[in-house]
Ligand binder design. Structure first.
Ligand code: ATP
Ligand code: MG
Length: 380
């Protein structure tokens, strides 16, 4: 958040830049059921924009409306300055990779990728060149003659991506593009996807229900819930400055406390909670006496044995370790404060267990501390 943003990288902050995709009041109903509810959205050229949300929240429906496979019940979609109301799917500057990407089983990798261009009547030599180029991009040059059932899930997924890229759409719509991959391959492919997007420079809209994936990939994220956008922002904004309990809870973990404002200053707000009086350095508009929520991320809390030094000037409370979950790279501590409020704290495992003679164990008295800019106050 520090420094002056470079407007070329953050066009959404530049009032003079024109969005590439513009949605205004877009609603999609299936009978009485509202799958997408009156959403507004601007996406800019070159973005890798993620639609993130739980199952059934309307992600695929929104993507299908961009592609032209679903017609909005009301509202307007503009792509590249053109109103899409009367533009059929095949005439849109878009290509879509579906949630369950179907490759032709009887065709080789090469033929699968070339298929769309052939249908369009592109010249043979050009097809060969373009297929070669995307095969290189997705690193499948050695697999051109194989059929889908001779490939791993990750390789098949890259064929599907190549098939979408080869048509050089201005806008690529990807529905859960990494859904079929295991965790390791998924993480690796996320970086490949970012590199590919960087190289081809086209705009990507990616649907995912995986928060880590959205955080890694995106220029910006729209967090969806029941057909609505809860928040739109960069990964950092969404994580560090959630605007609602839903977002704070959905992205990462957060300790959530009921709070009442006791002092509403210009550069800080003080609230009363089950942990005591907590000062936050946050410029939100609240009034004395107002009921709010305080979110505090587990990794923003420092854990120390009672009696050990804690950073001075930080908020401190004492508690009792009730449970520890060992996750390998870090451990999760459940600490009971004042005998009634369970607070989750995560700490990296800097040393191996045997060396952890100083480590914190079950049933121990501990001191939790945090910086006053760590808690986030939420009004909804
Ligand atoms: N053709 C349809 N007819 C009736 N209801 C539909 C239709 N398509 C989608 N829905 C409903 O609209 C809601 C949103 O569906 P959508 O496919 O957009 O969800 P999603 O966010 O992509 O979920 P997932 O992560 O499970 O893919 C769901 O409740 C779904 O059952
Ligand atoms: Mg879906």
């Amino acid at each position: 958040m520090a420094g002056v943003p470079n407007l070329a990288d953050t066009p959404w902050l530049d009032p003079s830049s024109e969005p590439f995709i513009r949605l205004r009041g877009v609603t999609k109903k299936f009978g009485d059921f509202t799958a997408v509810n009156n959403v507004d959205l601007d996406i800019y050229k070159g973005e890798l924009f993620c639609l993130l949300g739980g199952s059934g929240c309307g992600k695929s429906t929104l993507l299908r409306m961009l592609a032209g496979f679903e017609v909005p019940t009301s509202g307007r979609i503009m792509i590249d300055g053109v109103d899409m109301s009367d533009v059929p799917a095949y005439e849109r500057p878009t290509n879509m990779m579906f949630q369950s990407y179907a490759l032709f089983p009887h065709m080789t990798v090469e033929k699968n990728i070339a298929y769309g261009l052939k249908q369009e009547g592109v010249a043979k030599s050009e097809i060969a060149d373009r297929v070669d180029e995307v095969l290189g991009l997705v690193e499948l040059t050695d697999f051109t003659k194989r059929k889908p059932d001779q490939l791993s899930g990750g390789q098949r997924q890259r064929v599907a991506l190549a098939r979408a890229l080869v048509k050089k759409p201005k806008l690529l719509l990807l529905d859960e593009p990494l859904g079929a991959l295991d965790k390791r391959l998924r993480e690796q492919t996320q970086f490949e996807l970012m590199n590919i997007q960087d190289q081809v420079g086209i705009t990507f809209v990616v649907v995912t229900h995986d928060q880590d994936e959205a955080m890694t990939l995106s220029t910006r994220i729209a967090v969806m819930d029941a057909g609505n956008f809860q928040q739109i922002g960069t990964p950092t904004e969404i994580y560090e400055f959630p605007e609602s309990r839903f977002v704070a809870d959905f992205i990462g973990n957060a300790n959530m406390l009921d709070a009442r404002v006791t002092e509403a200053g210009t550069d800080h707000v003080t609230v009363e909670t089950a942990l005591g009086t907590i000062r936050t350095e946050q410029g939100i508009q609240v009034q004395e006496g107002q009921k709010v929520y305080l979110a505090l991320r587990p990794e923003k809390i420092h854990l120390a044995k009672a009696g050990d030094p804690v950073h001075e000037g930080n908020m401190q409370v004492t508690g009792h370790v009730e449970d520890i979950g060992y996750m390998g790279d870090m451990s999760v501590y459940k600490v009971l404060v004042n005998g009634e409020t369970m607070i989750e704290v995560t700490a990296p495992n800097l040393t191996r267990p045997k060396q952890r003679s100083l480590a914190i164990t079950w049933d121990e008295e501990v001191v939790l501390s945090w910086h006053s800019n760590s808690p986030v106050l939420l009004v909804r």
